[in-house]
Design a protein around this ligand. Structure first.
Ligand code: SAT
Ligand code: MN
Length: 595
C-alpha cells in the first residue's frame, strides 16, 4: 500500500504540483498498485525499464548487430487493433457526442469503469507518465499525464511523445493537463473500454494493451479530446500527415493530408521523388496527426504534436518506403511482426521471399504453407522521428509550418479520380466531409467495405460531426489566405482488379500539380464536381503507365458519381440535425450539375 506521504515523496524531486499529486493519489487509491514510479524520461530510466521489460518477457531483444537498441513485443491475439465499438465519448448529453460516436453518460462511465479499475493494479506498478503533445515551450502544446500499469505503454510513450521531466516543467503548478488512466486489467475483451470525458479533459482506458487504445497521447488526446478543445479554442486537430516539398529553386511548401488508418499516410509523408524530379526534395513533418491554427498572417499553420511514428509494418519495404526502412534500423519497438531465426524482424511485403525459419506473431513456427500471415496485418513499429533521414528541421519549429494545400484521400476501387481540386473552401470541406474509404485492418471489423470516413476522423472526432464540419467552415471564414483543398485516390482499380496508378514515389506527379495550383503556376479543367489537371499536366509515361491508363485513373463517370451522391445520403441523414446547410445545398447543386 502506498501512503500519501510516499506518493508525494517519490514525486518530490520531480513535481510539487498539488493538482497532479492529489489526482495520482486518488487514482492510486482506486487502482491499488504495489508501487508508484514517476517517469523522468531519462536515458538511465529507459535502460532500467527496458531491462525490466525483457526480464518480464514483455519485450524480446532483437539481434543487436541487425537492429541495435530494438525490441520485439507480441500482444494478446485478442488485442491487435483499435476497438471502435468499445470506444466512448462521455459528454453530459448524447447529442454532444453526436450520432457517429458511441456515447455513455459520464456518471455511468465513471461508475462502470471505476468498478473495473478498483484494485486493477494490485501486485503491479503504477507508472506516472507525464508527456507533452507538441513542442516543449510551444503555446500550441498540451500536457497530459498517463497513469498506466503497462511497461510496454511507458516505453512506447517515451518514443511517441516528449516524456518525463520536460512535461512536468512545462506544466508547473497548473491544473491544465489531460488526466489519462490506463490498466491492462486481464485483457478480457468483455472488460475493455476506452472512455473519453472531454469536459473533464480525462481519458479512462481499460482491458487493452494495443497502441491506439492505450498510447493515450495519440488518438485519445491528440484527436478525440484535441478536436473538442480545438472547437472550444478555435483550432483544428486532424488525422493528417504534414510534409514539406522543396523545389530545385530551394522554395519550400507544406501540405497536410488526411487518409484513414493504414492507407499509406506514413509512406506519403516519407515519399522519395523519382528520377524525373531531379532537385526536388520531400521531407516529413508528421505522419499521422496535425494540429492547425490560424496565424497572424491569415494562413493556416500546422504542427505535428508527436515525437515518433507508430506505423503499419506490412507492405513497408525498400521500394515502398526506404525512409521508413532506414528509420527502423535502430531504437525501434516492433509489435506483432514475425521473428527471424537470427533475431531480426520480418513482415509480409518486406521481401518477396520470406526467410526460412520464421516465428509468427503468435509465437508459432511459420512457413508459407501455414495458411496464415506471419505478421499480423496491423503489426506496427514504434520509432523515434529523429531516426527518419527525411525529417524536416521544421518538425521542431514551435510555430509550425504554413499549409499551402490540404489533401483528402480515401481507398477507393472506383469512382474517385486520381486528383480533384475543390472549387473553394466550402467545397473542400464538403469533399472531406463526404470522404469514403474501404476499411482496413487498423480497426477490428470487416475489411474492404466502403464506409464514409469524414476527413478520416470518423473514429477520432470527439464531438458531433455536423458541428465539426461547421467548425471547419468557421475556420475557413477566418482564414484570409486559406490553403487549397484537394481530393486524391491512389487506389483506383481497372477492370482486372489491378491498381491503375503506381502510387508511392510516383505520387510526386500529383503532389507537384497540387503545389503548382497553390502557387498559381498550373491551369486546370473544370468538371461538374471540381477542377482536374489539363491533359498532359501529369506525365503518364514518366509515371510508368500509358496515357490510356492515366485517363482511366482520372476519369469522372457521371453515373458513378450519381451513385456516389446517393451513397452520401446515409451520412447526411445520420447527421441531419447538425449538418451545415451550406453543405446540404452544395450537395444538391453538385448533383444537379451531373444532369
Ligand atoms: O490508432 S492507432 O494509433 O493504433 C493507428 C491508427 O489506427 O491510425
Ligand atoms: Mn492514424
Amino acid at each position: 500500500m502506498i501512503t500519501n506521504h510516499e506518493t508525494a515523496s517519490v514525486a518530490q524531486n520531480l513535481t510539487t504540483n498539488p493538482h497532479l499529486l492529489a489526482w495520482v493519489k486518488e487514482m492510486a487509491a482506486l487502482t491499488k498498485p504495489d508501487r508508484i514510479v514517476w517517469c523522468d524520461g531519462s536515458e538511465e530510466e529507459k535502460e532500467r525499464l527496458t531491462r525490466q521489460a525483457v526480464e518480464e518477457g514483455v519485450l524480446i531483444p532483437l539481434n543487436p548487430e541487425k537492429r541495435p537498441g530494438s525490441y520485439y513485443a507480441r500482444s494478446n491475439p485478442n488485442d491487435v487493433a483499435r476497438v471502435e465499438h468499445l470506444t466512448f465519448i462521455c459528454t453530459p448529453t448524447r447529442e454532444e457526442a453526436g450520432p457517429t460516436n458511441n456515447w455513455m453518460a459520464p456518471e455511468e462511465a465513471y461508475s462502470k469503469l471505476g468498478k473495473l479499475f478498483d484494485g486493477s493494479m494490485r501486485g503491479r506498478t503504477m507508472y506516472v507518465v507525464p508527456y507533452i503533445m507538441g513542442l516543449p515551450g510551444s503555446p500550441f502544446s498540451k500536457v497530459g499525464v498517463e497513469l498506466t500499469d503497462s511497461i510496454y505503454v511507458v516505453l512506447n510513450m517515451r518514443i511517441m511523445t516528449r516524456m518525463g521531466k520536460v512535461a512536468l516543467e512545462q506544466l508547473g503548478d497548473s491544473n491544465d493537463f489531460n488526466r489519462g488512466l490506463h490498466s491492462m486489467l486481464d485483457l478480457d475483451p468483455e472488460k475493455r473500454f476506452i472512455c473519453h470525458f472531454p469536459q473533464d479533459n480525462t481519458i479512462w482506458s481499460i482491458g487493452s494493451n494495443y497502441g491506439g487504445n492505450v498510447l493515450l497521447g495519440k488518438k485519445c488526446l491528440a484527436l478525440r479530446i484535441g478536436s473538442y478543445l480545438g472547437r472550444k479554442e478555435g483550432w483544428l486537430a486532424e488525422h493528417m500527415l504534414i510534409l514539406e516539398v522543396e523545389n530545385p529553386q530551394g522554395e519550400r511548401r507544406y501540405v497536410a493530408a488526411a487518409f484513414p488508418s493504414a492507407c499509406g499516410k506514413t509512406n506519403f509523408a516519407m515519399l522519395i521523388p523519382p528520377a524525373k524530379f531531379a532537385g526536388w526534395k520531400v521531407r516529413t513533418i508528421g505522419d499521422d496527426i496535425a494540429w492547425m491554427r490560424i496565424g497572424e498572417d491569415g494562413r493556416l499553420w500546422a504542427v505535428n504534436p508527436e515525437n515518433g511514428y507508430f506505423g503499419v509494418a506490412p507492405g513497408t519495404n525498400e521500394k515502398s518506403n526506404p525512409n521508413a526502412m532506414a528509420s527502423l534500423r535502430k531504437d525501434t519497438i516492433f509489435t506483432n511482426v514475425a521473428l527471424t531465426a537470427d533475431g531480426d524482424v520480418w513482415w509480409e511485403g518486406m521481401t518477396k521471399e520470406p526467410p526460412a525459419g520464421l516465428t509468427d506473431w503468435k509465437g508459432n513456427p511459420w512457413t508459407p504453407e501455414s495458411g496464415e500471415k506471419a505478421a499480423h496485418p496491423n503489426s506496427r513499429f514504434t520509432t523515434p522521428m529523429a531516426n527518419n533521414p527525411a525529417l524536416s528541421p521544421r518538425a521542431y519549429d514551435p510555430q509550425g509550418v504554413p499549409i499551402s494545400a490540404i489533401i483528402f484521400g480515401g481507398r477507393r476501387s472506383d469512382t474517385v479520380p486520381l486528383v480533384l481540386q475543390s472549387f473553394d473552401w466550402t467545397h473542400g470541406v464538403f469533399m472531406g466531409a463526404t470522404m469514403g474509404s474501404e476499411t482496413t485492418a487498423a480497426a477490428v471489423g470487416q475489411v474492404g467495405v466502403v464506409r464514409r470516413d469524414p476527413m478520416a476522423m470518423l473514429p477520432f472526432c470527439g464531438y458531433d460531426m455536423g458541428e465539426y464540419f461547421a467548425h471547419w467552415l468557421e475556420i475557413g471564414k477566418r482564414l484570409k489566405n486559406p490553403p487549397l483543398i484537394f481530393q486524391v485516390n491512389w487506389f483506383r482499380k481497372d477492370e482486372n482488379g489491378d491498381f491503375i496508378w503506381p502510387g508511392f514515389g510516383e505520387n510526386m506527379h500529383v503532389l507537384k500539380w497540387i503545389l503548382d495550383r497553390a502557387d498559381g503556376k498550373a491551369s486546370a479543367k473544370e468538371t461538374p464536381i471540381g477542377y482536374v489537371p489539363e491533359d498532359d499536366a501529369i506525365d503518364a509515361e514518366a509515371a510508368g503507365i500509358t496515357k490510356d491508363q492515366l485517363r482511366k485513373a482520372m476519369a469522372i463517370d457521371a453515373e458513378e458519381w450519381k451513385r456516389e451522391f446517393e451513397l452520401q445520403e446515409e451520412l447526411f441523414q445520420k447527421l441531419a440535425r447538425t449538418m451545415p446547410k451550406e453543405l446540404v445545398e452544395l450537395r444538391e447543386k453538385l448533383r444537379a450539375r451531373l444532369g
